[in-house]
Design a protein around this ligand. Structure first.
Ligand SMILES: Nc1ncnc2c1ncn2[C@@H]1O[C@H](COP(=O)(O)OP(=O)(O)OP(=O)(O)O)[C@@H](O)[C@H]1O
Length: 258
């Protein structure tokens, strides 16, 4: 990382409401180039909405999003060419096999055909999908679908990867494979922004992070600075507020009352 490198992702005052619900509330974020950046927060914190606005999938009500100095909403073609995105819950063309889907995405991204073939083979192998390369994506499990989505995000060798819950539904062996891919990608100068609920994962993988709740950043920066001597789990609970109790009203769940 050098001072000359542009900030990989810069969000300023991002805001989005759904009806009366303010999902993202003037959110600022600066992700340095070359780092593995985690976005953590409780359910409904606004992580997916933020990443959708940052990647050109959802138009903000206010604020700006830049990736590598390109304005995502003023110059979407240039900005999107620099990014690989694994969105949450977006449908893939699932009547294609894994290999066909990668070929399709590679062609859309103008990757030369010979490179698409070799990169697809390597990605399918690295993600444990080689044996299902010719199976329809519609017949993939949730974890396999996540992995082929990640392969699609990588096939054009983007400079910035934006991943919404990349480890969700993924088994531990594949998870280790994905970590290795992301570490290598970052070592080679790529930047990763990923959301996750798994604190141990963020702690072991990410250099920097932001804790988000109710659409705002509660804390951000290098991992050790955010943790402040605690585990990330402890610091997270401290920041978002842990409400113990509430289980008193569930007495009917006791199996002995059946
Ligand atoms: N399309 C939508 N229409 C209405 N409300 C929405 C929509 N998308 C998100 N929201 C609301 O915006 C808030 C933020 O949602 P978002 O999906 O961004 O949170 P999240 O941090 O990604 O949550 P999770 O960790 O549960 O995936 C929530 O209150 C959610 O109900």
């Amino acid at each position: 990382m050098t001072d000359a490198m542009p900030t990989a992702m810069q969000l300023r005052g991002l805001t989005k409401s759904f009806g009366a619900k303010r999902a993202v509330d003037g959110l600022d974020l600066a992700v340095p180039s070359g780092c593995l950046y985690g976005l953590v927060g409780p359910n409904g914190a606004g992580k997916t909405t933020t990443l959708s606005m940052a990647t050109g999938l959802l138009r903000p009500d206010a604020g700006t999003a830049h990736v590598l100095d390109r304005d995502v909403w003023a110059d979407p073609v240039a900005a999107k060419a620099l990014m690989g995105v694994l969105p949450d819950g977006v449908r893939l063309f699932d009547r294609l096999s894994g290999r066909e889907l990668l070929t399709y995405v590679g062609r859309l991204r103008r990757v030369p055909p010979a490179d698409i073939a070799s990169r697809s083979g390597e990605l399918l192998e690295a993600l444990g999908l080689a044996g299902d390369a010719d199976t329809l994506v519609a017949d993939y499990s949730a974890g396999m679908t996540k992995k082929i989505g990640l392969a699609c995000a990588l096939v054009h060798a983007p400079r910035l990867l934006v991943l919404d819950e990349p480890f969700e539904a993924v088994d531990p062996v594949s998870g280790e494979g994905i970590r290795a891919i992301l570490r290598r990608y970052s070592r080679d100068g790529g930047t990763v922004v990923m959301s996750s609920h798994v604190m141990e994962l963020v702690e072991s993988l990410c250099d920097e992070l932001a804790v988000v709740a109710t659409g705002r950043v509660l804390a951000s920066g290098p991992l050790d600075a955010v943790r402040g001597g605690l585990t990330l789990q402890q610091r997270f609970l401290e920041l978002v507020g842990f409400h113990a109790g509430g289980e008193e009203g569930l007495a009917w769940l006791r199996s002995s009352s059946a």
